[in-house]
Design a protein around this ligand. Structure first.
Ligand SMILES: O=C(O)CCC(=O)C(=O)O
Ligand SMILES: [Fe+2]
Length: 351
């Protein structure tokens, strides 16, 4: 019998039954044509949940899935290298460079994070001699990185454009116009490797609860581990990876740009299979640095200021993080009262 591709409604994780949340699916081809029914669905996804699958299993999308396969090979080469090679430039800016395992707080109390990450920004890849570690800098590697950044940028812009049309924005007010390609931004490709870990006994575990700084995040992963906490829900639940589909989420900046109509969904990553190495790629499409919007405290703030402020807050110690306002940490998103597991004091992070 062929293996079942059915996604279960819940799975057992860490000694507990945990929901698997079903998300809506937006079809990339229909999005490109701005089919009205697809745009309506897209707007609803962003207003109600802030998360959806993007189906790339079609003639328009398959090349982006292939780009991601190539990138995965490059990631294996990079992460298999010695630490000194990976850390050749260190973390140059928050959106460019390498962060070793344990740079931030982990997903559970008293843990550090369980992943290493290398980021290549869209602005940097276009420079004459970009700061990229030498072990992924031959001309084929640069092409692979460029293809992925371009692919994700095209996907992000198609979504922004669909959303602008869907909510009736015209001219300069359209979301794409806050994300012009030639303007400086912190948009970046983040490649992550999670080490195997057991939440019961290890001290480097997962990726802490957060909302993304970005306008939109385009995520590729073939492995379980991502959990979301949709608005109004009492607990985190898994999102199942699906072949040929990217997972898209709205981040704080698009929530602000939409006058807080869109949800910036709360999420985190846990080790699903404790013995597994997990790989994921998140492209953070961010607004032009000098874009002005109002945060949930009604402060006028630029895209760059929001990025820098939130990033610094999350590099802070667990004690300082606990004292930071949740309007900063969770982009103004409210959490429902938690169940027992979710109620434990968890640090919160950012990307
Ligand atoms: O690894 C993942 O699946 C998600 C990572 C993430 O949430 C982030 O980098 O902001
Ligand atoms: Fe994230």
């Amino acid at each position: 019998m062929a293996p079942s591709t059915e996604i279960p409604k819940s799975v057992e994780w860490n000694g507990k039954e945990v929901p698997v949340y079903d998300m809506q699916t937006i079809d990339f081809s229909a999005l490109l044509s701005q089919e009205p029914a697809e745009l309506e669905k897209l707007v609803r996804c962003c207003q109600d949940e802030g998360f959806f699958y993007l189906n790339l299993n079609n003639i328009d999308g398959r090349r982006f899935v292939d780009d991601n396969e190539e990138l995965l090979k490059l990631m294996h080469k990079f992460f298999d290298s010695p630490l000194e090679a990976k850390n050749e430039y260190g973390l140059i800016t928050p959106h460019l460079g390498y962060e070793p395992i344990g740079s931030r707080n982990g997903v559970l109390e008293n843990t550090r994070d369980g992943y290493e990450m290398v980021k290549v920004s869209r602005d940097e890849i276009q420079r004459e001699s970009p700061h990229i570690p030498s072990n992924i800098k031959n001309s084929a590697d640069l092409k692979t990185l460029e293809n992925s950044i371009a692919a994700n940028n095209i996907i992000g812009k198609a979504i922004l454009s669909g959303l602008s049309t869907g909510v009736g924005l015209t001219g300069k007010k359209r979301f794409e116009n806050l994300h012009r390609n030639h303007r400086p931004s912190t948009s970046t490709l983040a490649m992550m490797h999670y080490i195997p870990s057991n939440p019961v006994k290890d001290d480097h575990v997962g990726h802490q609860k957060h909302t993304d700084i970005s306008s939109l995040t385009v995520l590729f992963t073939q492995q379980w581990g991502l959990q979301v906490r949709p608005p109004g829900s009492k607990e985190f639940g898994f999102i199942a990876p699906k072949p040929g589909m990217a997972i898209i989420n709205v981040g704080d900046s698009l929530r602000f740009a939409s006058e807080h109509i869109f949800q910036s969904c709360i999420h985190r990553v846990v080790p699903y299979d404790y013995s597994e190495h997990r790989y994921s790629v998140a492209y953070f499409l961010r607004a032009e640095d000098d874009t002005l919007f109002q945060d949930s405290e009604n402060r006028w703030i630029t895209s760059r200021e929001w990025h820098d402020e939130k990033f610094m807050a999350f590099l802070a110690s667990p004690a300082d993080q606990a004292n930071a306002p949740s309007s900063l940490l969770l982009g103004g998103m409210q959490e429902e009262e938690s169940d027992v597991y979710g109620a434990q004091a968890e640090p919160i992070a950012v990307n």
